[in-house]
Write a protein that binds this ligand. Sequence first.
Ligand SMILES: Cc1cc2nc3c(=O)[nH]c(=O)nc-3n(C[C@H](O)[C@H](O)[C@H](O)COP(=O)(O)OP(=O)(O)OC[C@H]3O[C@@H](n4cnc5c(N)ncnc54)[C@H](O)[C@@H]3O)c2cc1C
Length: 473
Amino acid sequence: MSDTISKPQVIIVGGGPVGLGLAIELGQRRVACTVVERNTTVSPIPKGQNLTQRTMEHFHFWGAEKQLREARTFPPDFGMGGLTAYGELFGPYSYTWMPRELVAPYYFTENERLPQYATEEVLRARAAELSNVEVLYGWKAETVGEDQTGAFAEIAPVAGGAIRTLSAPYLVGCDGAWSTVRQAARLTQTLTEHDKVMVLLVFRSETLHRMLTERYPGKCFFSVIHPDYEGYWQFFGRVDPDANFFFHAPVPAGTTRDNFDFTALLRRAAGADFDVEIQHVGFWNLRFALADSYGQGRLFIAGDAAHSHPPYGGYGVNTGFEDAKNLGWKLAATIQGWGGARLLDSYSQERQPVFRGTIDSFIEWSILRDRDFLKSFNPDRDLDAFERKWQERSSGAEAEVGAFEPNYQGSPLVWGPPGNGPGAVGAHALKARAGHHLSPRPLSSGRNVYDELGPLHLAGARRRPRRLRRRRA
Ligand SMILES: Cc1cc2nc3c(=O)[nH]c(=O)nc-3n(C[C@H](O)[C@H](O)[C@H](O)COP(=O)(O)OP(=O)(O)OC[C@H]3O[C@@H](n4cnc5c(N)ncnc54)[C@H](O)[C@@H]3O)c2cc1C
C-alpha cells in the first residue's frame, strides 16, 4: 500500500479496473485519492479480455502500457481476431468479426487481449507506485453521502473491525453494476430487461484448442448465432494458448450448476465432440441498465456502476476506462482551480449519451439485427438468399468497427460545427476535428503529435487554464 493519505481530495469506492484507472489518472495529475476495495485479491474469472486501441492509449499515458503487454497470456504472434459462425462453431458459415486492425491507423497504440485479472494486477501495481494514491484493500464502503462541504464514506474492514470515516471534496463510485454509490446518490437507471438467464463457464479442453488452432488460426473469440437463440449469442473466448476457455450462452430459467448438462451445451454450440473439464459455472441476467445521470452534487459514478449490459462486443471495461479518463481530468481541473463551475456537469453530459448510443447502435442493436436475420434467412429454406445475406453481413462487420467512434461534438465543452450532441456513432478520420479522437499524425518536426502531448500530460494540465477560461463550462 502507498503512504497513508490523511485527507484525500477524492474517495473512490471500488478498486476494480475502472476505479484503479481513475486513481492513476488522478494520482498522475497530483490529486490525492483513496480507493476502497473490498477484495484483497483479484477475481479469477477471465472476463473483460478485449482492450481497444483507445484503451491502450490510456495505458500508455498511465505509464503502464509496457507492463500490460508483458502480462498478456498469448504470445505476440498468436493473433487476437474474432469470428462469427452460423449454427455451429465448426459449421460451414463463418466470417471475421470485430477486425479492430482496420482502425489501427487512427490510434497511437495497438489493441491488446488478456484476461481482466491480469489487467487488474497491472493496474494494482501501477497504483502502488503513486505516492498520492492510497488503496485500502479488504475494506468495504458501507454508507456514502455528501453535505454542503464534501462527501464521505463509512468504511469497514471485510475481515471485521472498527468502522472508519473518510471525507473528501468528491467521491466516485466505481463499484460495479450493483453500485452502493449510485443508490446513495439516488441516480435512477433506465432498464431494458431481456428476461434471459445466461451461464458463464470457464473450462479447459485440449481437443477444442487443437481444433480451433487448425480451423481458425489467429482467432481468439467466437460468437455462434443459432435460430433457437433468437439473436443471443453462444460465445467462446480463448483465455490463453494453454487450452483454457470461457463461454457464455442463454440457458433455461431455473438452471443451476447441478441440474444442467453444460458439456452437452458446449458440444452442441461447437457442433463437435471434445473433452471438457469445467472449472467454473456462474450465472447472470441479460439486461441493459444505464444511469440517467452519472453524477449528483459531489457524488459521481463510472464504469459498470453507470452502465451494465451483456459483454457483446467488448464495450464494458473499455467504456469504463474512458469514463475514468473524462472524469479524471475534470476533477483535477476543478480541485486545482482551473476548471469552470460547470465543468463537472459535462462529465455526464458527454459520457451518458455515448453509452446510450453504444447500447442503441451497437450492443442491443446486434441482438435485434441477429434476431431478424435468423428469422428471415435459413440455408435449409433458401440457400441462395441466405448466402447473399451472409456475405452482406460479413462486409457489415467491418463497417461496425469503423462506425464506433464515440465523440463529443456538440457537447457544452466543444467548439466547432453544431452537431446532434455527444454519441457513439461517427467515422474515423486522419484529421483533427473538434470533439473527436485525435489521430496520431506526424508533425513537421517528424515527431508524432502524441509524443508532443508530453509524458502523462502533466505539462498540458499547467498550460490549459488560459484556453479554458475563455469558454467556461
Ligand atoms: C464474461 C464477460 C466477458 C467480458 N468481456 C469484456 C470485453 O472483452 N471487453 C470489455 O470491455 N468488457 C468486457 N466485460 C465487461 C467488464 O468485465 C466490465 O465492464 C468491467 O469489469 C467493469 O469494471 P468496473 O471496474 O466498472 O466494475 P467491476 O469490475 O465490477 O469492479 C467493481 C469493484 O468494486 C468493488 N466494490 C463493489 N462494491 C464495493 C463496496 N461497497 N466497497 C468496496 N468495494 C466495492 C468490487 O469488489 C469490484 O472490485 C466482460 C464481462 C463478462 C462478465
